[in-house]
Ligand binder design. Structure first.
Ligand code: ATP
Ligand code: MN
Length: 481
C-alpha cells in the first residue's frame, strides 16, 4: 500500500514493507550502492532510498537523476545516516526520467528569481512546497474560523458592472471586436453592443455585494479572486489576488477591530499548529538568506518566534491623528529622512506605516478614524468635528514587514449622509440604486473589512516577494504559466 513520505517518517513502524512514490531530489552513491532522496509533497523532508546493486539491476538506475519520478517498493529500516529512517529498495519502477542536462532544478540552491522563471516546476522545490502547504492551511483556517463564528460563505460576482467600488483601476471585460468596435452616434464606444449590453469589468472588491447579503443574512464573508489593473510593481501588489471580505450587520467599528484581530490570530495559530515542520524549514531558509544582509535589514525575530509574538500581544490601536503626531515627533521626520511629507490629511505612505509598526510600536497596529477626504464614499462619518478635519470610521491593520494587511470600516447606513457624500464624489446615485435600496429599506449599522490573502501568506511564511506566495502570479507585463 502506498504511504506518503510524511506518514513514513512520522508514523509507519520500522520493518514494514512500503510503497513510496515521488520525485528525486538528489542522487549520490558508489559502485555498489546508490542513495536517492525522494519527496512527494507531503512534507518538507525527503526519505532516503538505499539501492543496492545486488538487488536492483544497475541498468534501472541509469538515467535516474534529480527530477525523475519513481515508484519504490522496499522495507522501512532505521537509518545509519542522519535521518531516523530510510527505505531499502526491493524494486523500482521509473514513471518518468528528467534529463539531467535540461531539467532546470538541480540539487544546489537556486535564487528565488531563477525559480520564479521556472514557476511551472516550483511546486517540486522544498521552499515552495512549504509555502503552498501553509497557504492551504491558512485558507482552510479562514473557512473554519468563519464557520465556527456563524458567518455564511457567499460568492460575489467576478464580472461587475459597477465601477463605484473606488478601489483603483479595473480590467475591462468585453467581447467587442477590438479591430472594429461599434460606435455610438457621438463616436464613443457603444457598450450597448457588448456582451452584457453595458460596460463591465473584473471586480476590485466584493464588498458592496457582501453588504447586500449581510443586511439579510447577518454575518457573511467572501473569499475570492480580486483584480487591480494598477501599474504597481512592488513586492506587495499583484494584479490578481485573493481577498477575504467579512461583512457584519450590527457591528460597529470597535466590533470590527475586535473581529479582525481575533480572526488573524486564529489563522496564524492554525498554521503554527498544523505546519510546524514547514515553518521550521522556512525559518532556517530565512536565517540563511539573511546571513549576508546588514544587521538592520535582518528580521528582528526568527519566523516562529515572530508569529508567536503576534499571538501573545494585543494589536496597538491608535487614531490617524495620533499616528500623525507620532510621526511628526519621530527621528526620521526631524532628520528629514521620510521621502513623503508628514501632515494631517496625507494618505500614510509605506515608509510611515513601517515606522509606526516596526520602529515605534514593534507590533501590529490598527489605525482608525482617517480623514474623510482620502477614504471611500461608503465609510461612516464621525460626528462633531473640527471643520477641515472630518474623519470617517475607517480602520487599517498594519503588520511588520508587510504594511497594510487589512482595510475596513464601519459603513455609512444613513441614506441622506450617504447620498450626499456620493453626490460630492460624483458617484452616480442612479447606477447605484440597488446599493442605496439597503439604506432606504430597513437600514442597519454594519461593518466589514478586506484582508489580502497573499499578504497574510507573506507574513506567515516570511517570503518577502508576494509573487512567491501565489502559485501563478499575475503582475504588469507578466501572465506566464
Ligand atoms: P495598498 O494601499 O497596499 O495598495 P489598498 O488600500 O489599495 O492597498 P484595499 O482596497 O484596502 O487595498 O484592499 C484591502 C486589502 O487587500 C489590503 O489591505 C491588502 O491586504 C489587499 N490588497 C490590496 N491591493 C492588493 C494588491 N494589488 N495585491 C495584493 N493584495 C492587495
Ligand atoms: Mn486599504
Amino acid at each position: 500500500m502506498k504511504t506518503n513520505i510524511h506518514q513514513l517518517l512520522t508514523q509507519t513502524p520500522l520493518d514494514t514493507e512500503v510503497v513510496v512514490k515521488g520525485w528525486v531530489r538528489n542522487r549520490r552513491g558508489s559502485k555498489q550502492v546508490a542513495f536517492l532522496t525522494l519527496n512527494d509533497g507531503s512534507t518538507p523532508h525527503t526519505i532516503q532510498i538505499v539501492v543496492n546493486f545486488d538487488t536492483i539491476a544497475e541498468e534501472i538506475l541509469k538515467g535516474i537523476t534529480t527530477g525523475a519520478c519513481l515508484k519504490v517498493v522496499g522495507k522501512l529500516i532505521a537509518s545509519q545516516g542522519q535521518q531516523a529512517k530510510e527505505v531499502v529498495a526491493q524494486s523500482i519502477e521509473v514513471y518518468g526520467l528528467a534529463d539531467g542536462e535540461t531539467y532546470p532544478l538541480q540539487p544546489r540552491k537556486h535564487s528565488l528569481e531563477f525559480i520564479r522563471e521556472n514557476a511551472h516546476l516550483r511546486a517540486r522545490t522544498a521552499t515552495f512546497g512549504a509555502v503552498f502547504r501553509i497557504r492551504h492551511s491558512l485558507a482552510f483556517a479562514v473557512h473554519e474560523y468563519f464557520n465556527k463564528e456563524g458567518f455564511y460563505y457567499v460568492n460575489t460576482p467576478i464580472i461587475t458592472a459597477s465601477d463605484a467600488e473606488g478601489a483603483g483601476q479595473m480590467f475591462r471585460v468585453t467581447t467587442l471586436d477590438l479591430q472594429q468596435p461599434p460606435q455610438t452616434e457621438e463616436g464613443q464606444l457603444d457598450f450597448a453592443e457588448d456582451f452584457f449590453g453595458r460596460s463591465t469589468n473584473l471586480t476590485v472588491s466584493g464588498q458592496l455585494e457582501a453588504e447586500l447579503l449581510a443586511l439579510g443574512l447577518g454575518k457573511v464573508y467572501t473569499f475570492g479572486p480580486t483584480f487591480r489593473a494598477e501599474n504597481s510593481n512592488t513586492t506587495r501588489h499583484l494584479s490578481e489576488f485573493w481577498m477575504i471580505e467579512p461583512e457584519m450587520a450590527f457591528y460597529n467599528i470597535q466590533d470590527n477591530m475586535d473581529l479582525a484581530e481575533d480572526f488573524v490570530k486564529y489563522v496564524i495559530r492554525y498554521a503554527l499548529q498544523h505546519n510546524p515542520e514547514d515553518l521550521q524549514f522556512l525559518e532556517k531558509r530565512l536565517l540563511d538568506e539573511e546571513k549576508n544582509k546588514k544587521q538592520e535589514e535582518r528580521s528582528p525575530m526568527p519566523l516562529v518566534e515572530k508569529l508567536n509574538f503576534v499571538l501573545d500581544h494585543s494589536f496597538e490601536r491608535i487614531t490617524y491623528t495620533e499616528a500623525i503626531n507620532i510621526l511628526l515627533n519621530s527621528k526620521p521626520h526631524k532628520k528629514k529622512k521620510f521621502t513623503y511629507e508628514v501632515k494631517w490629511g496625507i494618505d500614510l505612505q509605506s515608509e510611515h506605516e513601517r515606522y509606526l509598526v516596526e520602529k515605534h510600536f514593534k507590533k501590529p497596529v490598527i489605525i482608525v478614524d482617517y480623514p474623510k477626504a482620502i477614504k471611500a464614499f461608503y465609510m461612516k462619518s464621525n460626528d462633531q468635528e473640527e471643520v477641515g478635519k472630518e474623519t470617517v470610521r475607517a480602520m487599517d491593520v498594519l503588520f511588520p514587514g508587510i504594511g497594510e494587511i487589512i482595510g475596513g470600516s464601519q459603513r455609512e447606513e444613513n441614506y441622506e449622509k450617504l447620498t450626499e457624500r456620493m453626490t460630492a464624489m460624483n458617484i452616480s446615485l442612479e447606477e447605484m440604486w440597488w446599493y442605496l435600496d439597503t439604506r432606504r429599506f430597513g437600514t442597519a449599522p454594519h461593518s466589514g473589512f478586506g484582508l489580502g490573502f497573499e499578504r497574510l501568506v507573506q507574513f506567515v511564511t516570511g517570503m518577502t516577494n508576494i509573487r512567491d506566495v501565489i502559485p501563478f502570479p499575475r503582475t504588469p507585463k507578466n501572465a506566464d504559466f
